[in-house]
Every structure is written in structure tokens, then in C-alpha cells.
Ligand binder design. Structure first.
Ligand SMILES: CCC(=O)SCCNC(=O)CCNC(=O)[C@H](O)C(C)(C)COP(=O)(O)OP(=O)(O)OC[C@H]1O[C@@H](n2cnc3c(N)ncnc32)[C@H](O)[C@@H]1OP(=O)(O)O
Length: 625
């Protein structure tokens, strides 16, 4: 662990020096003299005296350096049959023009813009245009329903919303504009204007506040980059918490640019001119960091793929893209690999494509099970590198740093803490546990650059969600252990957040939907193991006295309600009607015990249980006997 150990120790001993050196890789309009600002600890900030523009660093800088002809973005859309190639100069020009269009709609520094779009180049253009103006974008994943979109609009209070008329799923066209209209009607924070990108598969009906993307672009003048403080927000990205209300994770400009630039070289071994592909969605943090900002900051070529691992058209889609564009490294979620493996268990499709340029498969977003790791390693013949991070951190907490010092891979472990992250495993009393012992995975403050400085408009919730549990530490919400070689093993969430196909979801918000049904007296939703999606939600409801309704009808209504209120992404398909839910004497539902039984590893029942008979009666439902 030579280079790694040196870098890690340097980042711990003198974080200011470490990150100010890393900051040299970024172009500043005012170079920072200070690294960490701890004046308002635990609200730490990075590079408080620095000024820059993130869009300048992602685009203009490369054009100014003479690389305007280098491909910046390769769009590949098997669902529409369209491909497109943007050089750095072309992408810069499109972004500058759309920034001019937004400015014409009154968007300026600090204003919020909500983006609700599928995987089209215009989504990337809109994000970078906001960054160019110093405006704050908030991208919402297309699989969320109107209510979820409305909750995000409510919180971000955007001046403008940018959407497409539709997204294209393999089995159906999803009309986005009616979802946007419904969401806007449900919030007092309606944006002044909605910019609509019309797609031929389902053109949107336009209303008074709507503006057509093409018409706007045709009339707009390009604008240059606006310098912002390093500590100014670049974006807000909402993520599920334990309650129904999503948390608005804030990302700053300076720390983000420094951390992502550092990560592209050191974690992913990607530099200028390399072709890099993150198969995810711009609506998730992986899409923000590693479809859009990271690769462009690094001067690499990023692939934007509007398709699925299977079915668009077959299980060879990923290998076709790798071969067609000479992709050096792919970053995706384990669930995508499991989907391919299910359809093509022998990996025959891998042999039909030239993968000679392909060097590494990076996986994150959910636990990488050893079986999936072994399959991908065997079929692809390249290192399969797990790494672990969160929406909140924006980049890797633990990784096998391929550009710094590749290390032996241990299946089931994302390897070691990344420089900047002081990872500790704590017991319930906040004491550090010895190697091998399970505990709460925490990070000693301060967090490194690029991580969340707070939650949008809610410092209190930032403290209560992450910092107050163990003072001086950031609580990740995951449990796990470190082995005697210093490798981290992440075993899963310790709260009621679940991970379905790499999508982080709150069981609390699903419970709120079930509880709102007039027939339901009480309910619980738990995440249970699923061989394809990693986890899926399962609901259990107790009916109000006197309810007389056919079980199937009620179940169908409850499933439909979750899809209507949260969205298809919740993948909520199963709900059981039961006589009672197991509780402690103080009334807390024993979800952990329910989860354990459903997953087939019974744990001792807590002594605080009110009535063990209730849990016994539930066992057949949990085990689906
Ligand atoms: C490290 C930090 C992080 O964790 S960031 C988060 C990282 N997570 C990821 O990158 C997500 C990885 N997962 C995926 O990309 C997808 O699940 C893959 C593997 C491609 C499978 O996709 P799919 O077959 O659509 O299944 P799914 O479970 O995602 O979808 C469930 C239902 O939702 C729908 N959906 C999905 N995306 C959209 C969208 N953009 N707009 C509208 N609807 C969408 C799907 O069609 C599906 O619907 P249905 O239930 O089949 O009708």
C-alpha cells in the first residue's frame, strides 16, 4: 500500500495542503489560499476564498487549451435509434446558447432550475447551462411520480423547469409533460416558465407558461461563464431519507470540481481523451458526478446511453456500446450486470464484440454480491472494481484506487477508505470497534471536498440526520466492518432506507401511501432480498375493523397507489393483508425482525416484544409459505 498509504496519510495529516495541491488541477478565477474553513463547524466549507465556474472547467477550458475538436459526449439511444457526437467546442456552444436562453427567462446566479428529463443530450446541456450562469440545478429522476416531483419543486422553489415531452422505456412511452403539469398544479412554488423539449414519440400539449426548447434556442444569444464562490451551490439533488420528505443534498462548486477531478485520475484512472461510460441516469448522483461533471472536468469523452442492459435490443447492448466507442472503463450498478447474467448466463454476448479497449468495470450503487462479481470477472476478463459512496458524498468513500495504486480485490469489499475520508466503525455508544467487529460506518469530520455541506434550506435536518448521532462524526446509515488488512465491508443500511435496483428509496414514504388508504389501520413496508434487484419492497397491512373488501381488490389498489404517488421506480408489487404487526411494548414496529425472517436468517426476537404470538402468526407471510 505504498502510494495509497502515502496519499491517505497526507490527506489525514494535513488536509489543507493535500486538497490545495489537488485544487491546482482546476482553473480558478480566484485561486484559493485556504483549504478548509472550520469557522462554523460542524458546517465545514472548502476553499472559502476561491472563485471559479464549473462549466468553464468542464468545457471552455478544454476548448481554450486547443482541444475543441475532441469528442466530449457520445449519445447512443437504442430506444430511438439515434446516435450523436458532440465535440467539446460543439457542446460548449450549445450550453452557452441554452444558458443565454435561461438568462432570457430571468435565471441568474443562485436561482434554481428543476430538470425533469430522460437520458438525452439536452439534459446535460441544461445542467451545464445552469452551472455556466451560477444557477442551481435540481435534476429529478424520470421514474418519479407527480407527487415526488411536486415535493422537490416545493422545496427548491425553481424559477424555471426544463423537461422533455416524454421518456422512452422499452415497453412504453412515458409522457413527462402531464406529470410536470400535475406536479406544478400541486405546489405553491410553480416555476414561472417551463421549457419543453419536444420529442416525436409523444409531443406535449403546450400551455401558457410553456416555452419550446428549439424556439428558445433559435432566438438565444450565447453567454459566457459567471464566476461564483467556491462555496456557492452548484446543484441540489434530492435523496430518500427515513421519512417521506426527501432530503435536498447540496453540492458546492469548488470542492466538487476539485474532488471529481482528483477522483477521475486516482480512483478511475481516466484522463484526457479516454472514453468513459457511466450506464446510469442523470437523475442519480452517479449520473451527476460520472456521466456529466467528472469525465468532462477530466477532458475525457463521456457516453450518454438511453437504453437498458437488456431488451434494447438484447443482453449484448453494453458490450456493443463498449466496442463501438472504444470505451476504456464502464461504471454501472450490480443490478445491471445481474440483469444481463439472467438473460445471458454463459456470457455468450461478450464474445460477439471487440472488447480490446476495455480495461475496467466499476460497480457501485448497491452491494456487489460475490456471485455477480465472479461472473463479471470471468466473462469480461478485466478487473471488476466495487466501490462505495452515497448521494451525500458525491464521490467514492471507499474504493480500489486504480489510478493511484491498484490493490488486490476481495469479493464483497469495496477495498479501502479513499484519501480524505476518515472512516471509523462505531458501536452503539460511539466507541470504535476492533477489526472484524460490525458497527455503524461513520466518517470523522471534516468530510473532504465535494461532499455535502448541508441540506437545502435545512441546516437543522442536516445536523439531526447525519451529525448528531455521534458528535464529531458523519453517520453514513450503513453498517459494516473493517478487516485486519484495512478493507471495508459494507453490509447494508441500518435504517429504513432500501436499495431497489440501485435506486435508494424510503420505506417510510411507501408506508405513508398505504396508511392513507381508507381501509388500512396500520402498515409496515420492509425491503427483502431479491436476486435481480438486490432488494424489493414488501408491504404488510392490518385492516380497520369492519372493512369488507375483496383481498385482491385492496391489494391491487395499494400497489397502484404506491406507483401513482411514488412512481414505477419503487417497484412495489407485493402487499399482504395480516392480522397484526409485531411491536415493542412502546409501540415500535419490529421491522428488523420481520426483515430477518423474510430473508431467511431468523435472529433472536427482542425481549421488548409486546406479543411474540403476532410475529409467529406473521412468519408464513414473511416466508411466503
Ligand atoms: C453510488 C451512489 C448511488 O448509489 S447513485 C444511484 C446508482 N443507481 C443507479 O445507477 C441505478 C441502477 N439501475 C438501473 O440503471 C436500472 O435499474 C436498470 C438496471 C437499468 C434496470 O432498469 P429497469 O428495467 O427500467 O428497471 P427499474 O427497476 O430501474 O425500473 C422500475 C420501473 O421504473 C420504470 N423506469 C425506470 N426508469 C425510468 C425513467 N427514467 N422514466 C420513467 N420510468 C422509468 C421502468 O420502466 C420500470 O417500470 P415497470 O414497473 O416495468 O413498468
Amino acid at each position: 500500500m505504498g502510494d495509497y498509504q502515502d496519499a491517505y496519510s497526507a490527506s489525514m495529516k494535513d488536509p489543507d495542503a493535500f486538497w490545495l495541491t489537488a485544487a491546482d488541477a482546476v482553473t480558478w478565477s480566484r485561486r484559493p489560499q485556504r483549504g478548509l474553513d472550520a469557522d462554523r463547524a460542524p458546517f465545514y466549507r472548502w476553499f472559502p476564498d476561491g472563485e471559479l465556474n464549473t462549466c468553464y472547467n468542464a468545457l471552455d477550458r478544454h476548448v481554450d487549451a486547443g482541444h475543441g475538436d475532441r469528442p466530449a459526449l457520445l449519445y447512443d439511444s437504442p430506444v430511438t435509434g439515434v446516435t450523436a457526437r458532440y465535440t467539446y467546442a460543439e457542446l460548449r456552444d450549445q450550453v452557452a446558447r441554452f444558458a443565454g436562453a435561461l438568462r432570457g427567462l430571468g435565471v441568474g446566479r443562485g436561482d434554481r432550475v428543476v430538470i425533469y428529463m430522460p437520458m438525452v443530450p439536452e439534459a446535460v446541456i441544461a445542467m451545464l447551462a445552469c452551472a455556466r450562469l451560477g444557477a442551481v440545478h435540481s435534476v429529478v429522476f424520470g421514474g418519479f411520480a407527480p407527487k415526488e416531483l411536486a415535493a422537490r419543486i416545493d422545496d427548491a422553489a425553481p424559477k424555471v423547469l426544463v423537461c422533455a415531452s416524454c421518456g422512452i422505456e422499452p415497453s412504453r412511452v412515458v409522457e413527462y409533460k402531464p406529470i410536470v403539469d400535475e406536479a406544478i398544479a400541486a405546489t405553491p412554488q410553480a416555476p414561472e416558465k417551463v421549457v419543453v423539449l419536444q420529442r416525436d414519440r409523444a409531443r406535449a400539449r403546450m400551455g401558457e407558461r410553456d416555452v419550446d426548447w428549439d424556439e428558445l434556442m433559435a432566438a438565444a444569444e450565447p453567454v459566457s461563464c459567471v464566476d461564483v464562490a467556491a462555496t456557492d451551490p452548484l446543484y441540489i439533488l434530492y435523496t430518500s431519507g427515513t421519512t417521506g420528505k426527501p432530503k435536498g443534498v447540496v453540492r458546492d462548486n469548488g470542492g466538487h470540481a476539485v474532488a471529481l477531478t482528483w477522483s477521475m485520475a486516482n480512483v478511475y484512472d481516466i484522463g484526457p481523451g479516454d472514453v468513459w461510460w457511466t450506464a446510469s441516469d442523470v437523475g442519480w448522483v452517479v449520473g451527476h458526478s460520472y456521466i456529466v461533471y467528472g469525465p468532462l472536468l477530466a477532458g475525457a469523452t463521456t457516453v450518454l446511453y438511453e437504453g437498458k442492459p437488456v431488451g434494447t435490443p438484447d443482453a449484448g447492448a453494453f458490450w456493443r456500446v463498449i466496442s463501438q466507442y472504444g470505451v476504456k472503463a464502464l461504471f454501472t450498478a450490480p443490478t445491471a450486470v445481474r440483469a444481463i447474467k439472467k438473460v445471458d448466463p454463459e456470457g455468450d454476448e461478450t464474445t460477439k464484440h471487440d472488447l480490446s479497449a476495455f480495461r475496467t468495470l466499476f460497480l457501485a450503487g448497491e452491494r456487489l454480491d460475490p456471485e455477480t462479481y465472479r461472473w463479471a470477472s470471468a466473462k469480461l476478463g478485466v478487473p471488476v472494481v466495487d466501490h462505495w459512496w452515497q448521494t451525500e458524498t458525491g464521490w467514492a468513500i471507499a474504493a480500489n484506487l486504480r489510478g493511484l495504486e491498484p490493490m488486490p480485490i476481495k469479493p464483497g469489499s469495496p477495498t479501502v477508505p479513499v484519501p480524505g475520508y476518515d472512516v471509523r466503525i462505531l458501536d452503539q455508544l460511539g466507541q470504535e470497534v476492533p477489526p472484524g467487529a460490525e458497527g455503524a460506518i461513520c466518517i470523522r469530520l471534516p468530510l473532504p471536498p465535494g461532499t455535502l455541506p448541508t441540506l437545502w434550506g435545512d441546516d437543522e435536518r442536516y445536523l439531526s440526520s447525519y451529525l448528531s448521532h455521534f458528535p464529531g462524526y458523519y453517520l453514513t446509515g450503513d453498517g459494516g466492518h473493517v478487516d485486519s488488512d484495512g478493507y471495508l465491508f459494507v453490509m447494508g443500511r441500518t435504517d429504513d432506507v432500501i436499495n431497489v435496483a440501485g435506486h435508494r428509496l424510503s420505506t417510510g414514504s411507501m408506508e405513508a401511501v398505504l396508511a392513507a388508504h381508507p381501509a388500512v389501520a396500520e402498515c409496515a413496508v420492509i425491503g427483502v432480498h431479491d436476486s435481480l434487484k438486490g432488494q424489493v419492497p414488501r408491504g404488510f397491512v392490518v385492516l380497520k375493523a369492519g372493512v369488507d373488501m375483496a383481498q385482491e381488490t385492496l391489494q391491487a389498489e395499494l400497489v397502484a397507489a404506491v406507483r401513482r404517488d411514488i412512481g414505477p421506480v419503487a417497484a412495489f408489487k407485493e402487499v399482504a393483508i395480516v392480522d397484526g404487526l409485531p411491536k415493542t411494548r412502546s409501540g415500535k414496529i419490529l421491522r428488523k425482525s420481520m426483515r430477518a425472517i423474510a430473508d431467511g436468517h431468523d435472529e433472536p426476537v427482542p425481549s421488548t416484544i409486546e406479543d411474540p404470538g403476532v410475529l409467529d402468526a406473521l412468519r408464513p407471510h414473511l416466508r411466503r409459505e
